[in-house]
Design a binder for this molecule. Sequence first.
Ligand SMILES: [Ca+2]
Ligand SMILES: [Ca+2]
Length: 102
Amino acid sequence: MKKVIVFAAAVFLSMSGIADDHKGGSKGDLFSEADLDGDGRVSTDEHEVMIQEMADRGRTRFNSMDADGDGFVTRKEAKANRREKMKQRKLERQKAKHFLED
Ligand SMILES: [Ca+2]
Ligand SMILES: [Ca+2]
């Protein structure tokens, strides 16, 4: 399992620059995010911190999908969660639009 997460982190690192939705509006640059001391390189420690953060985020996401909290995400729960997220995004867009129009 850990190997899979490490691989995922490596893939994310190599795709740095892809839009990142967890930080409000800022263009996510995962490489810069991982490079905590800003020396232009990612050390094993920095990499591990990032993996931990990704795991935490993944867990949070999982918990938000697992509506009945039984430790499993069913197809139904995943679908409902996706629908809920889309609804929220739509609402946020509408709010932003109203804000701009006022
Ligand atoms: Ca560094
Ligand atoms: Ca469940």
